[in-house]
Design a protein around this ligand. Structure first.
Ligand SMILES: Cc1ncc(COP(=O)(O)O)c(C=O)c1O
Length: 357
């Protein structure tokens, strides 16, 4: 996509910073399958420390990170996990846990704030261990921030309450923390606090943190040793991958402080959208981090989301994600300026006014 586009489809579109390119070019490398790439080792250690866990493992993507964690926790034949019906693992990872791991998913309704109700989780736990009709519940998965729910932040207190429930029933707790740093910045706390009671975390560098590639799986030494075997069988063992880890180190050291600005820009964008005829969003309650989900109101305007997206792209060089017939999503990131936000608000207004009922 040409750089003349204002690309708000996702924060995955972020390009490496100048400092990242420099670090990549200077990176000391080794063969990471043998475990001797010094830059990867440094990144892994930094991430484990950041999240307050024993160890971390660099993997190619968030999808592989989640898959490795779920396979790891649910290695026993006939295992089941409980997860939200709107979570990324369930909706957008090709059902990999079922396809590759033969793991059964038991979904509960995702609330608009990204949480799963404790009662809903508890009701789905299989307690009858000796009943041959049922799979065995092994794992609960949460997502922070919650992508489909518009970047909503799960609080420490909520995660702890799920952690206590998991302990009570002998279950593991996995966190899809693709945007965990956005949650930590929004709550103004250390990311480790958010995962204290999680057994595993998949943490992405290539979203708002802008690295070109990569995620980390984080957990105990024993968990990470098994994760390394799983990474290899999934084809994720990489060799001189310090060139990528070097960018990841910049993601951890330099990018978190920029997320606050992304969140401010997202709020500004939502405020602009909320004043536009036919555009439905509440900037206060709907937007907490860098994701702005809004609805077009078919009673007020004549176009649906796909047509709206096509007009924005072809006539105004703005890229938006369509998430339903009338549902759209903008994701703000470090390459988006305040000027861009103002331009996007103006153009959305123009397009919707031209298509008023
Ligand atoms: C919440 C969440 N989890 C996992 C992923 C998967 O990450 P990747 O695209 O690196 O596989 C994404 C990607 O957008 C995501 O939003």
């Amino acid at each position: 996509m040409s750089s003349s586009f204002i690309d708000l489809r996702s924060d995955t579109v972020t390009k490496p910073t100048v400092e990242m390119y420099q670090a990549m070019s200077d990176a000391k490398v080794g063969d990471d399958v043998y475990g001797d790439d010094p830059t990867v080792l440094e990144l892994q250690e930094m991430t484990a420390t950041l999240l307050g866990k024993e160890a971390a493992l660099f993997v190619p993507s968030g999808t592989m990170g989640n898959l490795i964690c779920v396979l790891n926790h649910c290695s026993e034949f006939g295992s089941e996990m409980i997860l939200g019906d709107e979570c990324h693992i369930h909706l957008y990872e090709q059902g990999g846990c079922a396809t590759l791991g033969r793991i059964h998913s038991r979904t509960v309704r995702t609330q608009s704030d990204g949480t799963l109700l404790l009662d809903d989780i508890e009701q789905q736990i299989r307690t009858a261990k000796d009943n041959d009709h049922f799979p065995q519940t092994k794992l609960v998965c949460l997502e922070n921030t919650h992508n489909r729910m518009g970047g909503k932040v799960l609080t420490v207190e909520y995660i702890q309450s799920v952690g206590i429930l998991c302990q009570q029933y002998g279950l593991k707790l996995h966190m899809d923390g693709a945007r965990l740093m956005n949650a930590a910045v929004q709550l103004d706390i250390q990311p480790a606090r958010l995962v204290e009671c999680c057994d595993s975390i998949s943490f992405c560098l290539s979203k708002g943190l802008a690295a070109p590639v990569g995620s980390l799986v984080v957990g105990t030494h024993d968990f990470i040793r098994r994760a390394k075997r799983l990474r290899k069988v999934l084809g994720g063992g990489m060799r001189q991958v310090g060139v990528l880890a070097a960018a990841g180190i910049i993601s951890l050291t330099k990018m978190p402080k920029l997320l606050e600005l992304d969140h401010q820009h997202a709020k500004l964008l939502a405020q602009g959208l909320s004043t536009i005829h036919g555009c439905e969003i509440n900037p206060e309650s709907d937007v907490q981090t860098n994701i702005v989900v809004f609805q077009l109101n078919p009673n007020k305007i004549n176009i649906d989301a796909p047509t709206f997206a096509t007009i924005l792209k072809n006539e105004h060089q703005i890229l938006v994600t369509v998430q339903g017939k009338f549902r759209c999503r903008f994701v703000v990131h470090y390459m988006i300026s305040e000027e861009n936000i103002e331009y996007v608000s103006q153009k959305v207004k123009q397009v919707l006014e031209n298509n008023k009922k």
